[in-house]
Write a new protein. Structure first.
Length: 329
Protein backbone atom coordinates (compact mmCIF):
# COMPACT_ATOMS: atom_id res chain seq x y z
CA UNK A 1 0.00 0.00 0.00
CA UNK A 2 2.81 2.36 0.90
CA UNK A 3 4.52 1.58 -2.39
CA UNK A 4 1.30 2.36 -4.27
CA UNK A 5 1.01 5.69 -2.47
CA UNK A 6 4.61 6.55 -3.32
CA UNK A 7 4.03 5.71 -6.96
CA UNK A 8 0.88 7.79 -6.98
CA UNK A 9 2.70 10.79 -5.49
CA UNK A 10 5.60 10.32 -7.90
CA UNK A 11 3.24 10.10 -10.85
CA UNK A 12 1.42 13.24 -9.78
CA UNK A 13 4.72 15.06 -9.41
CA UNK A 14 5.88 14.01 -12.87
CA UNK A 15 2.54 15.02 -14.35
CA UNK A 16 2.73 18.43 -12.71
CA UNK A 17 6.24 18.94 -14.08
CA UNK A 18 5.08 18.01 -17.55
CA UNK A 19 2.27 20.52 -17.28
CA UNK A 20 4.50 23.27 -15.91
CA UNK A 21 7.32 22.80 -18.44
CA UNK A 22 5.27 23.79 -21.52
CA UNK A 23 3.90 26.82 -19.67
CA UNK A 24 7.40 27.92 -18.66
CA UNK A 25 8.61 27.33 -22.21
CA UNK A 26 5.72 29.33 -23.63
CA UNK A 27 6.45 32.18 -21.25
CA UNK A 28 10.09 32.15 -22.30
CA UNK A 29 9.43 32.27 -26.04
CA UNK A 30 6.35 34.45 -26.39
CA UNK A 31 8.26 37.68 -27.10
CA UNK A 32 6.81 40.11 -27.86
CA UNK A 33 3.58 40.01 -25.89
CA UNK A 34 3.13 43.75 -25.28
CA UNK A 35 3.80 47.06 -27.09
CA UNK A 36 7.36 48.08 -27.93
CA UNK A 37 8.95 51.51 -27.52
CA UNK A 38 10.99 52.84 -30.47
CA UNK A 39 13.31 55.73 -29.53
CA UNK A 40 14.16 58.13 -32.36
CA UNK A 41 17.08 60.26 -31.09
CA UNK A 42 16.22 63.19 -33.37
CA UNK A 43 13.40 65.76 -33.68
CA UNK A 44 10.05 64.96 -35.33
CA UNK A 45 9.75 65.60 -39.05
CA UNK A 46 13.34 65.02 -40.12
CA UNK A 47 14.44 62.22 -42.48
CA UNK A 48 15.60 59.97 -39.62
CA UNK A 49 12.32 60.44 -37.78
CA UNK A 50 10.18 59.77 -40.86
CA UNK A 51 12.20 56.67 -41.79
CA UNK A 52 12.01 55.50 -38.18
CA UNK A 53 8.24 55.77 -38.21
CA UNK A 54 8.08 53.74 -41.43
CA UNK A 55 10.12 51.01 -39.75
CA UNK A 56 8.09 51.20 -36.53
CA UNK A 57 4.84 50.78 -38.43
CA UNK A 58 6.17 47.84 -40.46
CA UNK A 59 7.72 46.15 -37.41
CA UNK A 60 4.46 46.53 -35.50
CA UNK A 61 2.59 44.67 -38.21
CA UNK A 62 5.25 41.97 -38.44
CA UNK A 63 5.42 41.41 -34.67
CA UNK A 64 1.66 41.82 -34.13
CA UNK A 65 2.28 44.48 -31.52
CA UNK A 66 2.00 48.25 -31.34
CA UNK A 67 5.36 50.01 -31.71
CA UNK A 68 5.25 53.44 -30.09
CA UNK A 69 7.68 56.05 -31.44
CA UNK A 70 9.27 58.40 -28.91
CA UNK A 71 11.41 61.32 -30.09
CA UNK A 72 14.25 61.97 -27.67
CA UNK A 73 16.49 64.47 -29.42
CA UNK A 74 19.55 66.45 -28.42
CA UNK A 75 23.34 66.32 -28.21
CA UNK A 76 23.86 64.72 -31.63
CA UNK A 77 21.40 61.96 -30.85
CA UNK A 78 23.25 60.90 -27.71
CA UNK A 79 20.38 61.72 -25.34
CA UNK A 80 18.11 59.17 -26.98
CA UNK A 81 20.80 56.50 -27.14
CA UNK A 82 21.70 57.13 -23.49
CA UNK A 83 18.04 56.59 -22.55
CA UNK A 84 18.05 53.31 -24.46
CA UNK A 85 21.16 52.12 -22.63
CA UNK A 86 19.43 52.76 -19.28
CA UNK A 87 16.29 50.89 -20.37
CA UNK A 88 15.35 47.41 -19.22
CA UNK A 89 17.16 44.89 -21.48
CA UNK A 90 14.09 42.89 -22.42
CA UNK A 91 13.73 43.81 -26.10
CA UNK A 92 10.75 46.07 -25.54
CA UNK A 93 12.82 49.22 -26.03
CA UNK A 94 14.76 49.72 -29.26
CA UNK A 95 16.38 52.79 -30.76
CA UNK A 96 17.42 53.97 -34.16
CA UNK A 97 21.17 54.52 -34.48
CA UNK A 98 22.33 57.00 -37.12
CA UNK A 99 25.65 58.67 -37.90
CA UNK A 100 25.49 61.57 -35.38
CA UNK A 101 24.88 59.12 -32.51
CA UNK A 102 27.80 57.03 -33.75
CA UNK A 103 30.22 59.96 -33.80
CA UNK A 104 28.93 61.67 -30.62
CA UNK A 105 31.37 59.84 -28.28
CA UNK A 106 34.29 61.22 -30.28
CA UNK A 107 32.95 64.78 -30.75
CA UNK A 108 31.31 65.65 -27.43
CA UNK A 109 33.57 66.85 -24.62
CA UNK A 110 32.49 63.91 -22.45
CA UNK A 111 31.77 60.62 -24.20
CA UNK A 112 28.19 59.66 -23.22
CA UNK A 113 28.61 55.95 -24.06
CA UNK A 114 30.71 53.34 -25.79
CA UNK A 115 28.72 51.69 -28.56
CA UNK A 116 31.04 48.71 -28.68
CA UNK A 117 30.26 47.93 -25.04
CA UNK A 118 26.92 49.50 -24.10
CA UNK A 119 24.51 48.21 -26.77
CA UNK A 120 23.68 45.19 -28.89
CA UNK A 121 23.02 45.65 -32.57
CA UNK A 122 19.77 44.36 -34.05
CA UNK A 123 20.71 45.08 -37.66
CA UNK A 124 21.12 47.85 -40.19
CA UNK A 125 17.96 49.02 -41.93
CA UNK A 126 18.99 51.49 -44.62
CA UNK A 127 21.68 53.74 -46.02
CA UNK A 128 21.22 57.44 -46.76
CA UNK A 129 22.75 58.41 -50.11
CA UNK A 130 24.91 61.53 -49.98
CA UNK A 131 25.54 63.80 -52.94
CA UNK A 132 28.04 66.59 -53.57
CA UNK A 133 26.38 69.59 -55.20
CA UNK A 134 27.45 73.05 -56.36
CA UNK A 135 25.58 76.21 -57.23
CA UNK A 136 24.98 75.60 -60.94
CA UNK A 137 24.72 79.28 -61.94
CA UNK A 138 27.62 80.67 -59.94
CA UNK A 139 30.03 77.82 -60.64
CA UNK A 140 29.48 76.56 -64.20
CA UNK A 141 33.10 75.36 -64.31
CA UNK A 142 32.68 72.80 -61.50
CA UNK A 143 31.14 69.73 -63.13
CA UNK A 144 32.91 66.80 -61.44
CA UNK A 145 35.39 66.03 -58.66
CA UNK A 146 38.39 66.77 -60.88
CA UNK A 147 37.17 70.28 -61.66
CA UNK A 148 36.25 70.80 -58.00
CA UNK A 149 39.81 69.90 -57.01
CA UNK A 150 41.17 72.26 -59.66
CA UNK A 151 38.98 75.12 -58.42
CA UNK A 152 40.27 74.57 -54.90
CA UNK A 153 43.89 74.50 -56.09
CA UNK A 154 43.38 77.68 -58.11
CA UNK A 155 42.26 79.54 -54.99
CA UNK A 156 44.89 80.69 -52.52
CA UNK A 157 42.69 79.85 -49.54
CA UNK A 158 41.07 76.78 -51.05
CA UNK A 159 37.30 76.49 -51.30
CA UNK A 160 34.49 76.46 -48.72
CA UNK A 161 31.86 73.77 -48.33
CA UNK A 162 28.92 73.15 -46.05
CA UNK A 163 26.95 70.23 -44.66
CA UNK A 164 24.02 69.65 -42.31
CA UNK A 165 26.17 69.89 -39.16
CA UNK A 166 29.60 69.60 -37.61
CA UNK A 167 30.35 65.92 -37.21
CA UNK A 168 27.78 64.77 -39.76
CA UNK A 169 28.82 61.94 -42.05
CA UNK A 170 28.99 64.44 -44.91
CA UNK A 171 31.29 66.75 -42.93
CA UNK A 172 33.63 63.92 -41.92
CA UNK A 173 33.56 62.27 -45.34
CA UNK A 174 34.48 65.55 -47.03
CA UNK A 175 37.49 65.80 -44.75
CA UNK A 176 38.58 62.41 -46.09
CA UNK A 177 37.90 63.51 -49.66
CA UNK A 178 39.97 66.68 -49.44
CA UNK A 179 42.82 64.59 -48.03
CA UNK A 180 42.50 62.17 -50.95
CA UNK A 181 42.58 65.06 -53.42
CA UNK A 182 45.29 67.04 -51.63
CA UNK A 183 43.25 70.24 -51.55
CA UNK A 184 42.22 72.90 -49.05
CA UNK A 185 38.54 73.04 -48.09
CA UNK A 186 37.00 74.84 -45.13
CA UNK A 187 33.78 73.61 -43.54
CA UNK A 188 31.15 76.32 -43.01
CA UNK A 189 28.55 74.78 -40.68
CA UNK A 190 24.86 75.70 -40.55
CA UNK A 191 22.14 74.54 -38.18
CA UNK A 192 20.70 71.81 -40.35
CA UNK A 193 20.28 70.98 -44.03
CA UNK A 194 17.65 73.63 -44.83
CA UNK A 195 19.73 76.73 -43.94
CA UNK A 196 22.78 75.15 -45.57
CA UNK A 197 20.87 74.70 -48.84
CA UNK A 198 19.66 78.32 -48.59
CA UNK A 199 23.24 79.53 -48.19
CA UNK A 200 24.33 77.43 -51.15
CA UNK A 201 21.58 78.84 -53.37
CA UNK A 202 22.49 82.37 -52.29
CA UNK A 203 26.11 81.80 -53.25
CA UNK A 204 27.39 82.22 -49.69
CA UNK A 205 29.14 78.89 -50.01
CA UNK A 206 29.98 77.11 -53.29
CA UNK A 207 29.77 73.43 -52.36
CA UNK A 208 27.59 71.21 -50.17
CA UNK A 209 27.83 67.55 -49.24
CA UNK A 210 24.26 66.64 -48.43
CA UNK A 211 21.75 63.86 -48.02
CA UNK A 212 19.86 63.40 -51.28
CA UNK A 213 16.43 64.36 -49.96
CA UNK A 214 17.53 67.84 -48.89
CA UNK A 215 18.83 68.86 -52.32
CA UNK A 216 16.94 66.75 -54.87
CA UNK A 217 14.19 69.36 -55.51
CA UNK A 218 16.80 72.03 -56.30
CA UNK A 219 18.71 69.59 -58.49
CA UNK A 220 15.54 68.90 -60.47
CA UNK A 221 14.90 72.65 -60.73
CA UNK A 222 18.37 73.14 -62.22
CA UNK A 223 19.63 75.35 -59.40
CA UNK A 224 22.11 72.85 -58.01
CA UNK A 225 24.45 70.63 -59.99
CA UNK A 226 25.29 67.20 -58.56
CA UNK A 227 28.88 66.15 -59.25
CA UNK A 228 29.19 62.90 -57.25
CA UNK A 229 27.24 60.41 -55.13
CA UNK A 230 28.71 58.23 -52.39
CA UNK A 231 26.88 54.99 -53.21
CA UNK A 232 28.39 51.84 -54.72
CA UNK A 233 26.35 52.30 -57.89
CA UNK A 234 24.66 55.29 -59.51
CA UNK A 235 21.33 56.37 -58.08
CA UNK A 236 18.06 55.84 -59.93
CA UNK A 237 17.20 59.52 -59.37
CA UNK A 238 20.57 60.71 -60.73
CA UNK A 239 21.62 58.17 -63.38
CA UNK A 240 24.04 60.59 -65.07
CA UNK A 241 25.95 61.45 -61.89
CA UNK A 242 29.06 59.31 -61.33
CA UNK A 243 29.90 57.81 -57.98
CA UNK A 244 32.95 58.87 -55.98
CA UNK A 245 34.43 55.45 -56.71
CA UNK A 246 34.06 56.03 -60.46
CA UNK A 247 36.05 59.24 -59.97
CA UNK A 248 38.84 57.43 -58.09
CA UNK A 249 37.97 58.90 -54.70
CA UNK A 250 38.92 56.33 -52.06
CA UNK A 251 36.73 58.03 -49.41
CA UNK A 252 33.72 56.49 -51.15
CA UNK A 253 33.83 53.83 -48.40
CA UNK A 254 32.42 56.41 -45.99
CA UNK A 255 28.63 56.06 -46.10
CA UNK A 256 25.74 57.15 -43.93
CA UNK A 257 23.65 54.29 -42.55
CA UNK A 258 21.08 53.64 -39.85
CA UNK A 259 20.11 50.59 -37.84
CA UNK A 260 18.40 49.40 -34.66
CA UNK A 261 20.03 48.81 -31.29
CA UNK A 262 18.94 47.48 -27.87
CA UNK A 263 20.52 47.54 -24.37
CA UNK A 264 23.63 45.36 -24.04
CA UNK A 265 22.11 42.70 -21.75
CA UNK A 266 19.13 41.95 -24.01
CA UNK A 267 18.94 38.15 -24.51
CA UNK A 268 20.41 36.93 -27.78
CA UNK A 269 17.20 35.00 -28.56
CA UNK A 270 15.21 38.25 -28.30
CA UNK A 271 17.70 40.10 -30.47
CA UNK A 272 17.35 37.33 -33.06
CA UNK A 273 13.56 37.74 -33.14
CA UNK A 274 13.91 41.50 -33.64
CA UNK A 275 16.63 41.08 -36.27
CA UNK A 276 14.60 38.53 -38.24
CA UNK A 277 11.59 40.85 -38.12
CA UNK A 278 13.73 43.75 -39.34
CA UNK A 279 15.07 41.66 -42.21
CA UNK A 280 11.53 40.78 -43.23
CA UNK A 281 10.24 44.36 -43.27
CA UNK A 282 13.33 45.81 -44.97
CA UNK A 283 12.92 43.26 -47.76
CA UNK A 284 9.20 43.96 -48.11
CA UNK A 285 8.47 45.88 -51.35
CA UNK A 286 5.93 48.20 -49.70
CA UNK A 287 8.33 49.16 -46.93
CA UNK A 288 11.12 49.65 -49.45
CA UNK A 289 8.95 52.06 -51.45
CA UNK A 290 8.05 54.02 -48.32
CA UNK A 291 11.68 54.24 -47.18
CA UNK A 292 12.96 55.35 -50.59
CA UNK A 293 10.32 58.08 -50.65
CA UNK A 294 12.11 59.73 -47.70
CA UNK A 295 15.62 59.16 -49.02
CA UNK A 296 16.37 55.97 -47.09
CA UNK A 297 17.63 53.11 -49.25
CA UNK A 298 16.78 49.71 -47.71
CA UNK A 299 19.91 47.84 -46.67
CA UNK A 300 19.67 45.03 -44.12
CA UNK A 301 22.62 43.41 -42.39
CA UNK A 302 22.41 41.14 -39.37
CA UNK A 303 23.35 41.90 -35.78
CA UNK A 304 26.98 40.81 -35.96
CA UNK A 305 27.64 42.57 -39.25
CA UNK A 306 26.21 45.80 -37.85
CA UNK A 307 28.35 45.47 -34.73
CA UNK A 308 31.42 45.00 -36.94
CA UNK A 309 30.41 48.08 -38.94
CA UNK A 310 30.16 50.12 -35.75
CA UNK A 311 33.69 49.10 -34.83
CA UNK A 312 35.00 49.88 -38.32
CA UNK A 313 33.29 53.26 -38.65
CA UNK A 314 34.20 54.25 -35.10
CA UNK A 315 37.85 53.74 -35.98
CA UNK A 316 37.47 55.77 -39.20
CA UNK A 317 35.51 58.68 -37.72
CA UNK A 318 37.44 58.96 -34.47
CA UNK A 319 40.62 59.31 -36.53
CA UNK A 320 39.10 62.01 -38.75
CA UNK A 321 37.75 63.90 -35.74
CA UNK A 322 41.09 63.79 -33.94
CA UNK A 323 43.10 64.73 -37.01
CA UNK A 324 40.88 67.74 -37.74
CA UNK A 325 40.50 68.80 -34.10
CA UNK A 326 36.70 68.56 -34.18
CA UNK A 327 36.20 67.43 -30.57
CA UNK A 328 34.33 69.89 -28.40
CA UNK A 329 36.12 71.37 -25.40
Amino acid sequence: MKLLNKLTVLGALMLSQCLVAPVASAQKNDFPNKPLNFIVPFPPGGPTDVAGRVLADALGKKLNQTVVVENKSGASGSIGISQLIRSKPDGYTVAGLAAPSLTAPFILAQAPYDLEKDIKSVGTAYITPLVIVVNAKKHPDITDMKSLAQAAKNSKDGINYTSAAIGSTANLAMELIKKDLGIKMTHIPYRGSAPAVTALLAGDVPVMYSDLVAVLPQIKAGNLRPIAVNTDVRLEELPDVPTLKEQDIQASKAVSWSGLVVPKDTPDATVKILSDALASVVNDPDTQTRLKAVGAYPYYTNSQTMQDTIARDSAIWSGVIEENNLRQN
